[in-house]
Design a protein around this ligand. Structure first.
Ligand SMILES: *[C@@H]1O[C@H](CO)[C@@H](O)[C@H](O)[C@H]1NC(C)=O
Ligand SMILES: *[C@@H]1O[C@H](CO)[C@@H](O)[C@H](O)[C@H]1NC(C)=O
Length: 308
């Protein structure tokens, strides 16, 4: 017994000197999404910063259809770990467009996903969430899946053992990183009944959202979109923390870059999160979805919500 123990400790010592001796599957992630503290935390118990309309970036302040100023690699560099985007078909190809492809065309979904895949390859210890909308009910199997496959992201996508997953039942970030399945893909519509692409998960049975197109800077909290058999508390949740202005008083609302400094301040985000915790057994939001992520202090707020 004793000899075996000595042998094992000697082997462990050798292994730790030469990393190559440790088989890949026993290697444990030591830093997850930038923090050692997050490795042991369940995915359902982490707050992630999100970029609303991530593809709709433009440096031009007159481009009213742009909800971001900086490109996808820059958003990820700022700490964004949820990318949200809205899809539309354009000439038979799936694109990300804002309202319509004439108004703002962010290019093909496949190209977008390749950009995201480059980040994931360069950053192997990051868990990333994608929440896409599918307003035209485009086929998962014939259109979405090929784009994910071609980009390489399909191989990294997490498939839960069953659906819906309760907030408390998600694996830890460390487990997701160790297994290589560290991208979580949600679609707002289309994935509830059609389960032909197992890694494309239906959003609302697992995540509820606060109302969107908010024009009240106090962001009063309520449960807006939700679905499925799980209770509200057993869902994760997202605060849609982007302020809109009804510019012409005609009900035409656009995102509001002028107030982004205040909207994306720690105080405003913490107040919004605080107003929602009563719906979530006191838990912080899982996703803080922001316009203009390069403005304000979104990451500071998210780190605070994570207790970091
Ligand atoms: C994670 O759990 C801690 C402790 O219960 C809680 O304070 C925090 O709000 C939770 N965060 C999320 C996103 O669930
Ligand atoms: C968030 O709000 C915007 C408008 O402010 C809306 O377009 C969007 O659908 C909402 N939800 C998500 C998941 O982006």
């Amino acid at each position: 017994m004793h000899a075996v123990f000595l042998f094992l400790s000697a082997a462990a010592a050798v292994a730790s000197v030469s990393g190559a001796l440790i088989p890949q599957h026993t290697r444990r992630a030591d830093v997850c999404n930038g923090h050692a503290e997050l490795c042991g935390r369940s995915y359902g118990n982490v707050t992630f910063m999100g970029a609303h309309d991530s593809f709709a970036f433009s440096e031009n302040p007159l481009d009213l259809a742009a909800d971001q100023r900086v490109d996808i690699p820059s958003q990820l560099g700022l700490g964004v770990r949820l990318l949200q985007a809205q899809s539309h078909m354009n000439d038979g190809v799936l694109h990300f467009c804002h309202t319509s492809c004439e108004l703002f065309d962010g290019g093909s979904v496949e190209d977008y996903l390749k950009t995201v895949h480059d980040f994931l390859t360069a950053n192997p210890k990051e868990v990333l969430t994608l929440i896409f909308t599918n307003p035209e009910g485009v086929s998962l199997k014939d259109v979405w899946d090929p784009a994910f496959q071609a980009s390489g992201i399909a191989d990294l996508a997490f498939v839960p053992p069953s659906i819906p997953v309760k907030q408390s039942d998600w694996p830890t970030l460390g487990d997701m990183i160790d297994s290589g399945k560290r991208v979580v893909v949600f679609l707002d519509t289309g994935a509830d009944d059609d389960r032909s692409v197992p890694y494309i998960l239906p959003e609302f049975p697992m995540i509820w959202e606060t109302p969107f197109s908010v024009t009240d800077e106090n962001f009063p909290c309520s449960v807006d979109r939700i679905n499925g058999p799980l209770s509200t508390e057993d869902h994760m949740y997202m605060i849609n923390h982007s302020l809109n202005k009804d510019i012409f008083g005609l009900g035409i609302i656009v995102s509001d870059p002028l107030d982004a400094d205040d909207t994306n301040s720690v105080a405003s985000i913490m107040a919004n999160a605080g107003g929602c915790q009563g719906f979530a057994a006191g838990r912080a939001p899982n996703f803080v979805l922001l316009d203009f992520v390069n403005i304000g202090n979104g990451l500071d707020a998210v780190n605070q919500l994570n207790g970091l």
